[in-house]
Design a protein around this ligand. Structure first.
Ligand code: PMP
Length: 352
């Protein structure tokens, strides 16, 4: 007997980065923040009353949404929270797209968009990046589709679209939904959040996984018009009424309140990103300018696969995809100064 549905048998799932436990690695493969979350999160966890866990959490993450609204300068009714921005992305496909018209995204971008489109039977219209890895927004605006997924900064290239350019694009496609996936935006500072009240066709997505160092707690959110937030809520309630647990809500609200710590660790990552990029260029790699917390390095003296494999032997994990447009490159997350020095030392050894 085969009990699997056709979907379970035939869809290609997303492949997450390796989480290996066979030895200690310098882990630069899944764009985690190298710094711990705000020390206030530690204080909160130590003082947390486990008795609070006997109750279901606030289904709409009320207190957290209030804190997000304050931080982002939008209304609480414009905020929707989910179990990681991956879940919010998933729900956005259910809420805004169907099989009748395609969604458009770049040929090199976050690979979950295609997985979700296939899951929901939404056709895709794939737009090639320009030769310098930048997004061809004008070309995309002309494509026939119901909406767009724009990772800004893009993954795995790190390329960023300035806010003014994003606004021109959003204004030029008023009948299409633009989902701006800003998972890495805090390392860039050109967020579309300020446009949320102005454009009905804009949905901004953010996460606590990167700049807040909370990938382990799984929380992401969307900012959009009341109608868009309502669409996401309706789909959430068709799937899971309480996706964001109480501890997660408390931890994320706490991290949001410590802006100083957030901004300090973001600045450290950005400074290291620029230093490591200069070093990688000096080693002969092509490295597009990155606005995120990772670098896309390749076309050097060794293939992407060899760099990935040899670094792994040397105790450094980076991300490699054996796919036509990506296999010349590796994506390297920016670590602490010590981790980056270790990476650079191993790269020099491999290339010599
Ligand atoms: N968007 C992009 C572009 C990403 O790279 C990631 C992280 N893999 C996500 C969204 C999802 O992040 P999370 O589910 O941890 O919030």
């Amino acid at each position: 007997m085969n009990f699997l549905s056709e979907k379970a048998r035939t869809l290609s799932p997303y492949t997450a980065g390796e989480q290996l436990a066979d030895k200690r690695y310098v882990k630069l493969n899944t764009n985690e923040n190298p710094y711990p979350p705000s020390p206030r999160v530690g204080e909160l966890l130590r003082a947390y009353d486990p008795a609070a866990l006997k109750l279901y959490p606030s289904p709409e993450a009320d207190a957290l949404r209030e804190q997000i609204a304050l931080t982002e300068g939008v209304g609480k009714e414009n905020v929707f929270c989910g179990n990681g921005s991956d879940e919010v992305l998933f729900l956005s496909f259910a809420a805004f797209f169907d099989g009748t018209r395609p969604v458009c995204f770049a040929d090199i971008t976050y690979s979950f968009y295609e997985v979700y489109a296939n899951f929901f039977g939404v056709p895709v219209n794939i737009a090639p990046l320009k030769a310098d890895f930048s997004m061809d927004l004008q070309g995309m605006a002309r494509r026939d589709c119901a909406g767009y997924y724009i990772a800004n900064p893009n993954a795995p290239t790190g390329a960023g679209v300035p806010l003014a350019e994003m606004e021109r694009f959003i204004a030029s496609v008023p009948e299409k939904l633009v989902v701006a996936d800003e998972a890495y935006m805090d390392f860039y500072g050109e967020s579309c959040a300020s446009l949320v009240g102005k454009y009905e066709n804009l949905l901004v997505m953010k996460t606590f996984s990167k700049s807040y160092s909370l990938a382990g707690i799984r929380c992401g959110y969307a900012l959009g018009s009341v109608k868009l937030a309502e669409g996401l809520r309706r789909m959430k309630d068709c799937m899971n009424s309480y996706p964001v647990d109480s501890l997660c809500q408390a931890v994320c609200a706490c991290a949001l309140r410590d802006r100083m710590y957030h901004d300090k660790t973001v600045a450290l990552v950005v400074a290291e990103r620029e230093r490591v990029r200069a070093e990688l260029l000096a080693l002969g790699f092509t490295v597009p300018e990155s606005k995120a917390n990772f670098l896309f390095a390749g076309r050097g003296k060794k293939s992407g696969e060899e760099i990935y494999r040899r670094l792994k032997e040397e105790g450094v994990l980076v991300r490699f995809w054996n796919k036509p447009l990506l296999r010349d490159f590796c994506r390297i997350t920016v670590g602490t100064r010590e981790e980056n020095d270790f990476l650079l030392q191993k790269l020099k050894k491999i290339l010599s």
